[in-house]
Design a protein around this ligand. Structure first.
Ligand code: HEM
Length: 210
């Protein structure tokens, strides 16, 4: 029960919320420190993270942390992100959904937009991690040819940009769906929220028809 007496449903466990917010904070650090390493125009950002040499040492270590925590979190969510026949209809009507002209009743725990974000992050973070390892001085980079390092640099920059755009859309959608950020903080949603945004999940959890 919430403070206003509304029945609540658990949406994100404590471990999932901790993993999600570690990934989010780590992403902000990696993006800012990555910009500082990418071009001298952004080098001033390194002052926020203890200066150039320390930030350069920390960036790849935090990158590995992102990989470990993200894949742990993503593995637990894979089942709820399976692509279902209902998702194709959501995808076709995505713009109508945003204009609030389309509201399907067969949405499970995550809608097709969330699933697309999930399934794009799974390979993108892999590319970021592998290309980052290839650029890591003095560990892996000295053992690779300049061509491989150049390709890794390009892939690292492209995948970081794609991730920035994807996460930008994700944060905007989270802000736009009232109650969802609170759910990622507290773990629970009201039955009304679940019934409205994820009716098929609501039915699965409560056994009641939406
Ligand atoms: C930086 C600010 C971020 C905010 C405010 C935010 C917000 C949220 C919220 C509110 C949810 C719950 C949605 C729901 O219950 O339906 C969520 C889910 C999720 N977030 Fe974030 N997020 C952020 C960053 C990230 C980052 C950097 C990642 C890394 C890829 C990420 C990956 C996910 C995933 C995988 C889910 C579950 C959705 C699914 O599996 O389809 N988030 N986020």
């Amino acid at each position: 029960m919430s403070s206003n007496g509304e029945p609540q449903i658990l949406r994100h466990s404590v471990a999932e919320r901790m993993a999600h917010w570690v990934v989010a904070i780590v992403f902000i650090f990696l993006f800012l420190s990555g910009l500082a390493l990418f071009h001298p125009i952004f080098f001033w950002i390194s002052a926020l993270f203890g200066g150039g040499p320390f930030m350069r040492w920390l960036h790849p270590l935090v990158g590995v942390l992102l990989g470990v925590v993200f894949y742990w979190y993503a593995a637990g969510l894979a089942r709820d992100n399976r692509w279902l026949p209902a998702d194709a209809a959501w995808k076709r009507n995505m713009w109508a959904y945003m204009r609030q002209e389309y509201h399907p009743s067969d949405t499970h725990k995550y809608n097709a937009g969330q699933k697309l974000m999930y399934w794009s992050m799974v390979p993108i973070i892999g590319v970021l991690l592998l290309s980052g390892l290839a650029l890591w001085q003095p560990w892996f980079a000295p053992h690779l040819s300049p061509t491989v390092r150049r390709i890794a640099g390009l892939l690292h920059a492209i995948s970081a940009f794609v991730m920035f755009v994807g996460i930008g859309v994700h944060v905007y959608a989270a802000y736009w769906t009232r109650g969802s950020i609170t759910a990622m903080v507290r773990g629970t949603v009201s039955q009304r929220w679940a019934r409205f945004h994820h009716p098929a999940w609501y039915q699965e959890i409560t056994g009641k028809r939406p």
